[in-house]
Design a protein around this ligand. Structure first.
Ligand code: HEM
Length: 457
């Protein structure tokens, strides 16, 4: 992967070719084109001031087509021995960078909305549709790799020698995307951890990247939002306590039925399963265990944000949780698609340069890129892992009437009730009150068991 600086003077190219790389397809580091990485990086999102002519603008003027189409300068043309496929190589990278720009534009706008903590539904719809747009762009980007794969390794070899030290590793927008989504720097693999910022020379670029590290990432903003999920621990509904009770009951049933098993193997397997599940659920019930996993990078969300995400996933059918649930799905799609892009890219790298050549950016190439496929590079890994903690629909603690109303799109005045509905509601309220009382009783018993250390789990 390469990004060619269009402002590289021909004389520099000639010096590089004659004096160092010499066009050798195996040339790597040192002998390549010696331009500073991103010497002239444009200020992102900075618009140029131009005047709209009286008669309006023509297509070419509006889109700066002249500028756009003069940005493809194969380095092999500059040295007088043009290689056909270099054109495709350049266009592909430029197309990626343009789409990266659009993705960043959407992600920034979503971050801005979430930062304001505005909770009205219109904003949720905006977030959903913009994230959906990002998903569609990413799908396109995943597939685009195949077009570049029409170039054979032999064709690539003809100009690869000219590319060093330029590398996709220096794609500022890609780093911004990672940081703005929320990849944790301490989880990057070794090559990336310290090096990823060091390679940039332009102070403007360094500032932009540093800023993206310091600002709230989408992942952080999501957590702040999830922590405010209605009903998490509000007086009208305490989701976490109710969920814990149900899970504990389910675990208890699992243990009892395993213990009652007469066949020794089945009993052993049953108890094994019980212990495994117990440990798993313990890791979300026990905050210190959750935090230990978080500091190791195995979990990213705060304990409360995880609860919010779980609540939304379980009560997704409630109208007010529909969009939040869609948002969680879209974020998982974004994570999956970036991993798919990484995977397609690494497969292409294997095909083009094999597993034993260094990248033009100086990494181990294939092996470095393979390491970025791990979960350490997944931002919303907790959302994927939520499935482990889902419980069957019939076990989901029923919502209180107040909570049901809160999650409904309609308020009382818009609901036209017939006499039967009113009767049912009354019964539900009574039943709910009864459940509340039972819940308090169970809570007390549970607490006294814990205090008395007779808690069997
Ligand atoms: C022939 C095609 C390509 C080859 C052989 C190739 C090779 C590589 C290699 C070896 C690296 C590791 C860094 C290094 O040492 O250079 C890399 C990184 C990268 N490449 Fe490519 N690449 C190709 C096409 C592309 C395309 C089309 C893009 C689109 C923008 C791209 C974007 C990137 C990015 C963003 C990274 C950094 C990934 C990371 O650090 O996680 N590459 N590429």
């Amino acid at each position: 992967m390469v990004i060619i600086n269009q402002q590289i003077p021909l004389v520099v190219v000639l010096v590089a070719v004659v004096g160092g790389g010499g066009g050798c397809p195996f040339a790597n580091g040192g002998g390549g084109i010696g331009f500073g990485v991103y010497g002239n990086f444009p200020k992102l999102n900075e618009s140029t001031s131009r005047e709209i002519p009286k008669g309006g603008m023509l297509y070419g003027e509006y889109l700066h087509i002249d500028k756009l189409l003069s940005c493809q300068e194969p380095v092999t043309r500059l040295v007088g021995n043009e290689v056909h496929d270099e054109h495709l190589f350049i266009i592909t990278h430029q197309a990626y960078e343009l789409w990266f720009k659009q993705i960043l534009f959407e992600i920034d706008s979503v971050r801005e909305i979430m930062n304001k903590r505005v909770k009205d539904e219109a904003n949720l719809l905006k977030i959903t549709s913009r994230l959906n747009r990002v998903v569609l762009i990413l799908k396109l980007l995943v597939d685009q790799v195949t077009i570049l794969e029409t170039m054979t390794p032999l064709d690539f070899m003809e100009f690869r020698g000219f590319l060093s030290p330029a590398s996709g590793f220096q794609s500022v927008q890609f780093r911004l995307l990672e940081n703005k989504l929320g990849i944790r720097n301490d989880l990057r693999t070794n090559y990336g951890k310290n090096y990823y910022l060091k390679i940039f020379e332009d102070p403007n670029v360094i500032d932009i990247i540093k800023k993206s590290e310091d600002e709230h990432s989408l992942c952080e903003l999501l957590q702040i939002w999830l922590e405010q999920t209605p009903g998490l621990d509000s007086p009208e509904f305490n989701f976490w306590e109710r969920y814990k009770l149900v899970v504990n009951e389910m675990l208890e049933q699992l243990r009892t039925s395993a213990e009652m098993e007469t066949d020794e193997t089945l009993k052993h397997n049953g108890l094994d399963e019980y212990n495994r599940k117990l440990e798993l659920f313990d890791s979300i019930f026990d905050v210190s265990k959750h935090n230990a996993l978080k500091s190791r990078g195995d979990r990213r969300f705060t304990h409360k944000a995880l609860q919010g995400a779980l609540m939304i996933s379980l009560y997704r059918d409630e109208p007010r949780f529909n969009l939040p649930f869609q948002i969680l799905l879209l974020l998982m799609d974004i994570d999956s698609l970036i991993t798919k892009w990484r995977s397609n890219h690494v497969e292409m790298v294997l095909r083009m340069i094999g597993a034993h050549q260094f990248g033009t950016g100086g990494s181990s190439g294939y092996h470095y890129l393979r390491s970025t496929l791990s979960d350490r590079y997944k931002v919303f890994v907790d959302l994927f892992n939520l499935s482990t903690f889902l419980i069957p629909r019939h076990c989901i603690p029923p919502l209180t009437v107040a909570m049901k109303k809160r999650l409904s799109m309609m308020d009382d005045s818009t609901i036209i009730k017939d006499s039967t509905t009113i009767k049912i509601e009354k019964q539900q309220q009574q039943q709910q009150q009864q459940n509340e009382n039972n819940l308090n009783d169970v809570d007390d018993t549970l607490q006294s068991k814990i205090n008395g250390k007779t808690f069997e789990l």
